[in-house]
Design a protein around this ligand. Structure first.
Ligand code: AGP
Length: 615
């Protein structure tokens, strides 16, 4: 998620832009830039790396002006370089654009514009907007008062995706135009100045009166004034809000912790992970993945290497790829594979999964697989990360920066990425019928809404957390994909509540662990997999017979489960192969609420780091 800042008013814009961008740094970024308007000209400064690099570039040649826009970029298209940093200009340099989000159809637009003679200077999707505006302006009479708005509307009309766009033109120096399409944009209202930001913390030093730009709306920002309209030009009336949060609360979007913010970001993150990749019912297009036909057709084996939560996602990926692409998959902990002289022979693909793309064990395992002849496909969240740079193919999960140490939205977006990879492989290998693929793609598209529905049930999970906040041990059981989710649910609880928990294949209980089950140990039973449902019920009865209290995770339409489990955490019904994306949600919330009740430092749990870059 990029950082956006805009200012227009009586003061110098530059220091306000830089201060605002600094307050958005927590969102994560890899390059930055500003554009300031003065005397009918726009001066732009950009730099790869942190804000300090940009500031030193500006210190040598300061820029004065009372209107400006600034941006910190979290790369999604194009590496984190100065050329790819925002703002981006049109051919004339008289119009500049900054952007947060994804423009799905930028490639055909770019090709059309280049064919029409437009010269591009970056690899980004954003730059397309600047040239679309330039093209639209040519067709609008220069005397028209709303010429800028009309050109921006025409440009936006041609794009598809989720984004916030901010435009400044030297030909219209008293106004900044902004459009919101899903990605957040907020206006800060001052008596004689107006600000714009992608998040509230950047505005608080200047004003606590804000106006949220709604979805599909355009804002025209002038000094001390803002005008809202929809994309057909119809005026929109909205009352400003007065923000009472302090800066720390504001960074978390009003949530008490980044982890809770990121749990609730999952519906939108899932949507962005799939954006532009599931445009048709009969294919999955994976930008950044170009597996050779011969390898796909004659693939002997897939290896999955990862650590922690990423490894748990890989366990789900194993099921998906084996089931849909009918090729053997061996998931292995990266810290194990790298030292066990693995038999990586024949035509193999190593899928290396890592949110940060910097985990030492995963990097080493991926290098070892490559050394032994495997092609390496990275599933990662960070553009420009070591893993992304070293892999042959990269499937970005587009979860946006994940700040909390406990991984939540990265896990569920990894699952969706692996699901899309499995469908992609199955269709290309001819092992997945198109009707089945279409059904899975339809179910995937439905997941963001279903995730939202599942997260709206947090209150009952909080009640459950109060019930078990004093527990010393907990068990998570499941079969098949439910077992993979049990492992992730157990890790979430352990790493932030410090409550000891253990995940078990439900069929393993009677081989020993049943001796530990007592009325004091809650047993979470994942019960979404219809093919083994009866077996799971038997396992629930086993632990109930020993006095344990069972909390089941099951579909809304499961009419049986309540006969066996004292508590049922419900999720919307979906294809069993997609169930892990929803089943983990109540378990993330349970871990969060127990840790919150225990008063722990949820975002920075003891002894843990967000990225384990050393062995
Ligand atoms: C999960 O909540 C933990 N933060 C940890 O297990 C993490 O998943 C693991 O360290 C792997 O990190 P990566 O995805 O950045 O490689």
């Amino acid at each position: 998620m990029c950082g956006i800042m805009g200012y227009i008013g009586p003061r110098q814009a530059l220091p306000i832009l830089l201060d605002g961008l600094r307050r958005l740094e927590y969102r994560g970024y890899d390059s930055a830039g500003v554009a300031v308007l003065a005397d009918g000209r726009i001066e732009t400064r950009k730099a790869a790396g942190k804000l300090a690099v940009l500031e030193s570039a500006i210190a040598d040649r300061p820029i004065a002006g009372r209107a400006g826009i600034g941006h910190t970029r979290w790369a999604t298209h194009g590496h984190p370089t100065e050329a790819n940093a925002h703002p981006h200009g049109d051919c004339t340099g008289r119009c500049v654009v900054i952007h947060n989000g994804i423009i799905e159809n930028y490639l055909p637009l770019r090709e059309r514009l280049q064919a029409a003679g437009h010269r591009f200077r970056s690899d980004t999707d954003t730059e397309v907007v600047a040239h679309l505006i330039e093209e639209a302006l040519e067709a609008i009479p220069s005397g028209r008062p709303d010429r800028m708005e009309a050109a921006v509307r025409e440009a936006v009309r041609q794009t598809r995706g989720a984004y916030a766009i901010v435009v400044m033109s030297a030909d219209d120096p008293e106004r900044i135009v902004a459009v919101r399409m899903i990605s957040p944009l907020i206006v800060g209202l001052g008596p004689d100045e107006t600000l714009l930001a992608s998040d509230i913390p950047a505005l608080l030093p200047y004003t606590r009166d804000v106006l949220v730009i709604g979805d599909g709306e355009m804002a025209v920002i002038e000094a001390g004034r803002v005008t809202l309209a929809d994309l057909d030009g119809r005026p929109v009336a909205r009352r400003p809000e007065h923000i009472t949060w302090d800066a720390a609360m504001a960074e978390k979007g009003g949530y008490p912790h980044f982890m809770l913010k990121e749990i609730y970001e999952q519906p939108r993150a899932l949507h962005e992970t799939m954006m532009g990749r599931l445009d048709r019912d009969d294919e999955v297009t994976l930008d950044g993945v170009a597996l050779p036909e011969d390898l796909v057709r004659r693939l002997d084996k897939v290896w999955v290497v990862a650590c922690g939560t990423a490894f748990h996602a890989g366990l789900v990926g194993r099921w998906l790829i084996e089931h849909l692409a009918r090729v053997p998959v061996e998931p292995d902990l990266a810290s194990e594979l790298r030292y066990r002289d693995p038999l990586i022979v024949g035509r193999t693909l190593a899928v290396a999964i890592s949110q940060s793309g910097e985990t030492a064990d995963t990097l080493a395992a991926a290098r070892e697989a490559r050394r032994r002849g495997s092609r390496v496909l990275a599933v990662t969240n960070v553009v420009g990360s070591t893993l992304a740079r070293e892999a042959d193919d990269v499937l970005f999960i587009r979860a946006g920066p994940e700040i909390a140490v406990a991984s939540t939205k990265a896990y569920t977006t990894m699952l969706v990425a692996l699901q899309m990879l499995a469908i992609h492989l199955g269709l290309r290998r001819g092992t997945l019928a198109s009707a089945r693929a279409a059904a899975l793609i339809g179910a995937l598209r439905h997941l963001p809404l279903q995730a939202q529905q599942a997260l709206e049930r947090s209150a009952e999970v909080e009640v459950l957390a109060r019930r078990w906040v004093g527990a010393e041990h907990a068990f998570f059981i499941g079969r098949g994909l439910d077992y993979a989710v049990a492992m992730e649910g157990s890790l979430k609880l352990k790493e932030i509540s410090y409550l000891h928990s253990e995940a078990l294949a439900a069929g393993e209980l009677k081989h020993g662990t049943l001796a530990l089950v007592t009325p004091q140990t809650p047993v979470f039973a994942l019960a979404t997999q219809r093919t083994v449902y009866e077996k799971t019920i038997s396992n629930i009865q086993e632990v109930r017979a020993r006095g344990a209290e069972v909390i089941a995770v099951a579909y809304d339409d499961d009419a049986e489960i309540a006969k066996y489990a004292q508590t049922v955490l419900r999720i919307p019904p979906t294809d069993d192969l997609l169930a892990p994306v929803l089943a983990i949600l109540p378990l993330q919330l349970f871990a969060y609420h127990v840790a919150a009740l225990r008063g722990h430092d949820i975002d920075q749990p003891r002894n843990l780091a967000k990225s384990v870059t050393v062995e």
